[in-house]
Ligand binder design. Structure first.
Ligand SMILES: [Zn+2]
Ligand SMILES: [Zn+2]
Length: 266
């Protein structure tokens, strides 16, 4: 089968113990789990369309934007990367209407384990999506706050204790910290955080374990990008985070190629 369209982040769904990945190319839903173990072909002819306005752009900025949208679109505003700067709860921000809908609403702060314990935040409706997108192995919610800036404050307060980055090399080879007691880890933070932030801690102590559809992880992490390798023909060994793990050429980060117009042959 042949499909074409602009790449965007794969949709993820947790079905019991299994993570299901779906790629949407111009309205066609492609069930990626069904392609694991088989060869696919991806062709990129150099066209990139901005994920916000659709305009063709030579280079993508901030993960899929044209330069103009990168500097003006609310989805690319500074409070995306620095939530502690968010002004949504004050009626402010780059686009106050967008901020009201997306950031002036409940957010979670969480701990997620891969090769290290990472602190992160996300919107209430993005769990477990966010954990899966990052390729975490297991995770727990720590706090639930009414708006984004507060989540940012907690994250900043915990940056000395935990990393806020994922080591993608170790994530791709599946080297992760086993046996971390996340419930204990979470409640130990009561001694670390100021009491006005502790009041937002959630009683929900469920630890979510994430199992990725992977036949075999690579021994060494290696990535491939469509700018340098516009034609890919290889067997899919699995999917983790937003990476498709190919047998020989390495891992392709789909999210990083948002807006790339591709042809996919299965
Ligand atoms: Zn644009
Ligand atoms: Zn914001």
């Amino acid at each position: 089968m042949k499909f074409e369209g602009n790449l965007k982040k794969m949709k993820v769904l947790m079905e019991g113990d299994e993570i299901q990945y779906t790629m949407d190319l111009n309205g066609d839903a492609i069930y990626m789990n069904d392609l694991i173990g088989s060869r696919i072909e991806i062709n990129f002819e150099g066209r990139i369309n901005c994920i916000a306005c659709g305009t063709e752009t030579k280079k993508s900025f901030g993960g899929g934007f044209c330069f103009s949208c990168f500097t003006t679109a609310p989805e690319a505003s500074p409070c995306i990367i620095h939530p502690e700067l968010c002004e949504a709860h004050l009626g402010g921000g780059r686009d106050p209407e967008w901020e009201e809908i997306h950031h002036n609403r409940p957010h979670f702060v969480y701990l997620a384990v891969s090769s290290a314990i990472k602190v992160g935040i996300t919107r209430e409706d993005q769990i477990p999506t966010r954990w899966i997108d990052q390729g975490a192995n297991y995770a727990i919610k720590i706090a639930e706050v009414p708006y984004r800036q507060l989540a940012g404050q907690i994250e900043v307060a915990l940056k000395d204790v935990y990393t806020d980055k994922t080591n993608w090399r170790k994530m791709l080879t599946n080297e992760y910290l086993e046996g971390v007691d996340l419930v204990e880890e979470k409640w130990a933070l009561e001694d670390v955080l100021p009491s006005d932030l502790i009041e937002y801690f959630t009683e929900d102590d469920e630890v979510t374990y994430l199992h990725y559809p992977v036949i075999e992880y690579p021994d060494k992490a290696k990535t491939v990008n469509l700018d340098k390798s516009p034609n890919i023909i290889d067997q899919i060994q699995g999917i983790k985070g937003q990476y498709i793990l190919f047998k020989n050429i390495g891992a392709l980060n789909i999210r990083k190629h948002s807006g790339y117009f591709i042809q996919l042959t299965t």
